[in-house]
Design a protein around this ligand. Structure first.
Ligand SMILES: [Zn+2]
Length: 210
């Protein structure tokens, strides 16, 4: 019985705290975080920081407010072409969902069309939509491949991401120079020859991107 009462009491407090947090502005919350890490949020250099952080975070997570299907839908073209299309070295900046620290690198995308292609600039937009969210590199790799597969149902899609994770580098868990490589291979890209062709084109320096 005593236990029940104390549980109810602590749940009551939690609810109260939550509603207090909810009524605080995002700037207030960042100001509070500054105080908790040992800073003086009222010193000159930090006065405008909560507002800046709020804007930066909104930009870095804008992918939640964008629809990948809608971006691709507007840029699909019928073609009679069945060779590999490769978009290499798309710059990518994201935040890891475990520490909310940046990871960044390059994305390589390839597909073999089956009647339809995607406007090339849209591949970079697609990468951006998934990168501007809290992510894990493996899931983002798969999401990019799946979105292309869904949009144009090609013979296959391959996505490779090479990235460096500040959450590991800054905390000394990973050697500064090492990078993490992930890949997702769909359809014909699961065949050894196609996958190897893609990977060798990605690795060849100076290969013109299509
Ligand atoms: Zn992390």
């Amino acid at each position: 019985m005593a236990q029940t009462i104390s549980m109810t009491k602590s749940m009551g407090n939690a609810t109260k705290e939550n509603s207090l947090l909810k009524s605080a502005s995002t700037e207030d919350i960042y100001r509070e975080i500054l105080a908790r890490i040992g800073e003086d949020p009222h010193r000159d250099g930090l006065l405008a920081t909560p507002g800046r952080v709020e804007k930066a975070m909104a930009y870095l997570t804008k992918g939640y407010r964008e629809d990948p299907n809608q971006i691709l839908r507007g840029a699909l073209f019928d073609v009679d072409y069945d060779e590999m299309v490769i978009v290499k070295d798309v710059e990518m900046y994201s935040l890891c969902e475990h520490h909310m620290l940046p990871f960044f690198g390059r994305v390589h995308v390839a597909y073999i069309p089956k009647g339809k292609v995607i406007g090339l600039s849209k591949i970079a937009r697609l990468v951006e939509v998934f990168a501007r969210r809290l992510q894990v590199q493996e899931r983002m790799t798969r999401q990019i491949a799946d979105a292309i597969q869904e949009a144009i149902a090609p013979q296959g899609v391959g996505v490779v991401i090479e990235a460096r994770h500040l959450c590991m580098m800054m905390r000394g868990i990973e050697k500064q120079s090492s990078s993490t490589v992930t890949s997702a291979m769909v359809g014909v890209f699961q065949k050894k020859e196609t996958r190897s062709e893609f990977l060798s084109l990605v690795r060849a320096p100076g290969t013109p991107t299509l």
